[in-house]
Design a protein around this ligand. Structure first.
Ligand code: TEU
Ligand code: CA
Length: 543
């Protein structure tokens, strides 16, 4: 009933993701920074989180907002200095909060010293990356497609090309080269020696490319069969754990793209000695087909089925509904117009009652919504610009292009954190790097702190509830049959048995039998209709 896994501290931790550019700006330049984060530590402490996952703060030319690193041991001046970073680790630590760093090692920036030397034909560094000649007929070295649309080859200026699965400013490292492995181990130790909690490992299951042969032609990501979760990657992950991670009190969470539970278990099963947990994406596909740029109407059943499958088939999950790459969950799976509060609270309850380590993304705790952009000119995201260009090349009508763009742009999640109802939402004194959502006048931290019934208040209570519940932290999981759109499951240890009800729809729903005492929920008990759930109702019952 109870987990047979080791009860490591990071399993019962609640993680809060910060996108540093958008969290809090301390010096009025419109860009969030580390001193800004330090100033908000008391807020995070009160929320009840144990770990902060920091999206990249390293030196970077920002072609992909820091996911293109030019120096792994330096802080981008926009964010502050290494002293600021050390201070953040120290002050957070004093409050019992640890820092999880983002680890981007599939690629570096094209401005990284290694790549600059490689371009200059230094034989040592040339082999840190993947350079190839074009084919005899003058075409590119292979037919692979990029994660950001388009091909994966950029000219190196000397008649050769280099491989980039993401933007051209993100050349892929050559993981066949043992020197690359050694370099990365040194970087890991540099950070772990500072006392950080571990790493969130960016696109970690694409490191090792088996071959550079042409791939099977596909709508997107042609070539992926040659690099997704290969044996070479498993081997690297096992070595990293053995040589480095096992020597520290730390954990790793992999961002693993395009994996099902079977592959995910190979990447993080407790018998594997690889990662500690992974972010799956199958539940993020509840409103899309194949590629994330093509949206379909959202069906709660698809979300429930994917969550349930991962709950049943994984030993341990990294649970999340939002991050810096995804549209806002309340805009996607909730109802911003009719049931903003109710649906945001239900999503909170759901995310924090599932079995696994929960991750909350900045702003999710106040129900921040998708950005209110008018079009491409207000969007910064490199992926959106590439995809827009692809849609133009494919002659998509302008109205369709704009609709898809606004629904899927990653900037939806990257708008400045809404602290107050002031001009720049209390995020900055100066004009922010990305447009503040106009709804900050009513969706903001300050307003919600005054309201005991707010989404923020609910998050604080739900996190505290979870902390006090062994069933939620360690109990087993079982789904019960229910009507469509209603997710009912049990979390149980030998001493505690909870049944969770989540109505994922805007409709009243006939609920399966209610037995037991309601301990927690997002509606008052008064006026309850026996046997019915209200729109987006969430309840925890004790059996
Ligand atoms: O994202 C990996 C990535 O490819 C995502 O865009 C993924 O395709 C999508 O979320 C699945 O639907 C990581 C980082 O999170 C992202 O911000 C970076 O741009 C990317 O790697 C490259 O480093
Ligand atoms: Ca700043």
């Amino acid at each position: 009933m109870e987990t047979k896994l080791q009860k490591n501290w990071w399993r019962s931790a609640v993680v809060y993701q910060i996108y540093p550019r958008s969290f809090c700006d301390s010096n009025g330049d419109g860009i969030g920074d580390i001193p800004g984060i330090v100033s908000k530590l008391p807020y995070l402490k009160e929320l009840g989180v144990d770990v902060i996952w920091l999206s990249p703060v390293y030196a970077s030319p920002n072609c992909d907002n820091g996911y293109d690193i030019s120096d792994y041991r330096a802080i981008h001046p926009d964010f502050g200095t290494m002293e600021d970073m050390d201070q953040l680790i120290r002050e957070a630590g004093r409050m019992g909060i640890r820092i999880l760093m983002d680890l981007v090692i599939n690629h570096t920036s094209d401005r990284h010293e290694w790549f600059q030397k490689a371009l200059a034909n230094d034989p040592v560094y040339r082999d840190y990356y993947i350079f190839r000649e074009g084919k005899a007929d003058g075409s590119l070295p292979n037919n692979w497609g990029s994660f950001f649309a388009g091909d994966v080859w950029e000219s190196a200026g000397d008649g050769t090309y280099y491989l980039h699965l993401f933007a051209p400013g993100q050349p892929d490292l050559n993981w066949h080269n043992p020197r690359v492995y050694e370099e990365v181990c040194d970087i890991l130790r540099f950070w772990l020696d500072k006392g950080i909690a571990g790493f969130r490992c960016d696109v970690i299951n694409v490191l090792y490319k088996n071959t550079l042969e042409d791939g099977k032609k596909q709508l997107a990501l042609t070539g992926k069969e040659h690099y997704l979760s290969t044996d070479g990657t498993h081997d690297i992950l096992q070595r990293l754990r053995r040589d480095v991670f096992s020597k520290y009190d730390c954990f790793t969470v992999g961002e693993t793209v395009l994996v099902d539970t079977k592959t995910a278990m190979k990447l993080c099963g407790s018998n594997r000695g690889e990662l500690d947990m992974v972010f799956g994406f199958e539940h993020m596909e509840a409103d899309q087909i194949g590629v994330k740029w093509f949206k379909t109407p959202y069906h709660p059943k698809r979300l429930i089925d994917a969550l349930d499958r991962w709950q049943r088939e994984m030993e341990w999950n990294a649970n999340y509904l939002e991050n810096h790459d995804q549209p806002r969950s309340v805009s996607r799976f909730g109802d911003v117009c009719g049931y903003h509060k109710e649906s945001a609270k239900m999503l909170c309850g759901l995310n924090l009652s599932l079995r696994g380590t929960p991750y909350i993304y900045e702003g999710e705790e106040i129900g921040m919504t998708n950005g209110d952009f008018s079009g491409l000119s207000e969007i910064q995201d490199v992926e959106s610009h590439n995809v827009y260009k692809m849609m133009c090349d494919l002659h998509f009508p302008a109205s369709v292009r704009d609709k898809l763009l606004l629904q899927t742009t990653r900037d939806n999640a990257r708008t400045p954190m809404q602290w107050t109802d002031e001009k720049y939402a209390g995020f900055s004194e100066g004009e922010p790097w990305l447009k503040v959502n106009a709804n900050h006048t009513w969706i903001n931290v300050e307003t919600q702190e005054r309201d005991p019934d707010s989404i923020l208040a609910f998050y604080r209570k739900m996190i505290a509830f979870r902390k006090n519940s062994d069933a939620l932290k360690w109990g087993d999981y079982r789904k019960f049959p229910s009507v469509s759109g209603v997710y009912v499951f049990r979390r149980r240890t030998r001493l505690e048995c909870l049944v969770i009800y989540a109505n994922l729809t805007p409709h009243r729903k006939k609920a399966p039998i209610f037995l037991g005492t309601c301990l927690f929920g997002n509606y008052p008990e008064e006026g309850r209709e026996e046997g019915w759930l209200r729109p987006y109702e969430f309840r925890i019952l004790q059996k």
